[in-house]
Design a protein around this ligand. Structure first.
Ligand code: NAD
Length: 380
């Protein structure tokens, strides 16, 4: 008990991610008891005084603020957790870095790579611990995929394929702007599916398969005008509703990525498949505790795709949870990220992806959007 080091959290934004992160802070100590650093729910910040109070009461924060600048100025806050729409990440992160706070920032890091570069420079100048919540790296099955690739089980990689499909913006009368719908407003989001969904696929791909060298992309905006909830007027839609791109990886493999919010029937279908010389793997967010694996080295009479149930205690993170055969879910990826961040404070090692790592995804997103606009290949 006595050697525990508190990390006093100041959370900005109490929406979807505010809840997943808070759940992570609350549960981490029970499942990772060896960690010295421990989160303390010190303050939550949001613009509505009443709603931020309700959130603090429900989730157990000690205090509230309505201005993130005041939160950052507080001496009793060690870490700023940024859970706001994309257009406020940079401002908050740079002020937090200057104030010497640790920073946990939601993805995408920034609106674009130029803004991302400033954020990377700010945390490096300040020397503060930093991480970006690309949480899919911490799905045990995805972490297991990383282990299998690093052990050389796939051999030379030929193909990387990823999709992230949704269907929630098909209705033409869905407005843009405001709560949750900020994703349809280019000013708040920076881009559409590219920064929102493909950024996840790109982060995982860079982690599993290395750098992307060049891209050729197409984007489409199917609904060109939508009512803006903040202005009350029908305004042009500036985001990409769908995006598909081809790419080359540094290791010589070919990449194929697709994302849309117009795939009727799909809610959050993130799938990836990697084909190597010796083996292939595939993974599906809707069945996130399974890793499909095909090993060409198997005896030919029993060779085939195996569906590995990633629940045994020698599999990534699974020694922390229940017993073999019992799976965990989406929310645990955030518990894992909190645990890995706290572990990084114990060890002094960075918690990946850092701002610098996440900036690589930002550069690929920029190249994708530029390629689509110019209808030509772009170097990352
Ligand atoms: N890692 C993931 O899987 C994942 C999933 C969803 C969203 N995200 C990212 O998380 C971030 C937030 O997304 P969300 O789904 O939680 O959005 P949300 O709309 O549910 O919540 C956003 C919150 O930010 C608050 N906010 C907006 N502007 C603010 C300001 N200036 N000061 C203080 N608070 C402000 C809103 O009031 C709200 O509480 C985005 O960057 C998004 O891309 C990541």
């Amino acid at each position: 008990m006595s050697d525990r080091i508190p990390v006093r959290i100041g959370l900005v934004g109490y929406g979807f991610m505010g809840r997943t992160h808070t759940n992570g802070y609350k549960r981490v100590g029970d499942f990772f008891p060896e960690l010295k650093h421990r989160p303390v729910l010190k303050a939550v910040c949001g613009r509505s005084e009443q709603r931020v109070r309700e959130f603090a009461d429900q989730w157990g924060y000690e205090s509230t603020e309505t201005d993130w600048r005041v939160l950052i100025d507080r001496d009793d806050i060690d870490a700023i957790d940024i859970c706001t729409p994309n257009n406020v990440h940079a401002e908050i992160a740079m002020a937090a870095a200057e104030a010497g706070k640790m920073i946990l920032c939601e993805k995408p890091l920034a609106l674009n790579a130029a803004e991302g570069a400033q954020m990377v420079a700010a945390v490096e100048k300040a020397g503060v611990p930093n991480t970006v919540w690309y949480n899919y790296r911490r799905v045990p099955a995805v972490t297991l995929a990383k282990q299998l690739i690093d052990e050389g089980r796939l051999g030379r990689i030929f193909h990387y394929r990823a999709n992230f499909l949704q269907d929630w913006t098909i209705a033409e009368d869905l407005p843009q702007g405001g709560e949750a719908l900020w994703r349809l407003d280019v000013q708040a989001a920076g881009s559409g599916v590219t920064g929102d969904l493909l950024a996840h696929c790109i982060d995982t791909a860079l982690w599993l398969n290395g750098s992307i060298t060049d891209v050729s992309a197409m984007t489409e905006t199917f609904v060109r005008e939508r009512m803006h909830t903040l202005t009350g007027k029908v305004e042009p839609v500036g985001i990409d509703d769908a995006c598909a791109f081809l790419c080359h990886f540094q290791n010589g493999s070919l990449g194929l990525f697709e994302s849309t919010r117009y795939a009727r029937g799909h809610k959050a279908l993130y799938t990836l498949e990697i084909n190597g010389e010796k083996a292939s793997i595939r993974w599906d967010l809707h069945d996130l505790h399974r890793l499909e694996y095909f090993d060409h080295g198997d005896d030919s009479v029993v060779r085939g795709w195996r569906s590995v149930h990633v629940t045994d205690s020698d599999m990534p993170y699974m020694d922390r949870w229940w017993v073999p055969g019992l799976q965990i879910g989406y929310e645990h990826t955030f518990v894992h990220q909190v645990a890995d961040f706290l572990k990084s404070l114990d060890s002094g090692e960075p918690c990946r992806p850092t701002f610098q790592d996440a900036q690589e995804t930002q550069k690929v997103c920029d190249a994708v959007l530029q390629s689509a606009q110019e209808r030509s290949w772009k170097t990352v």
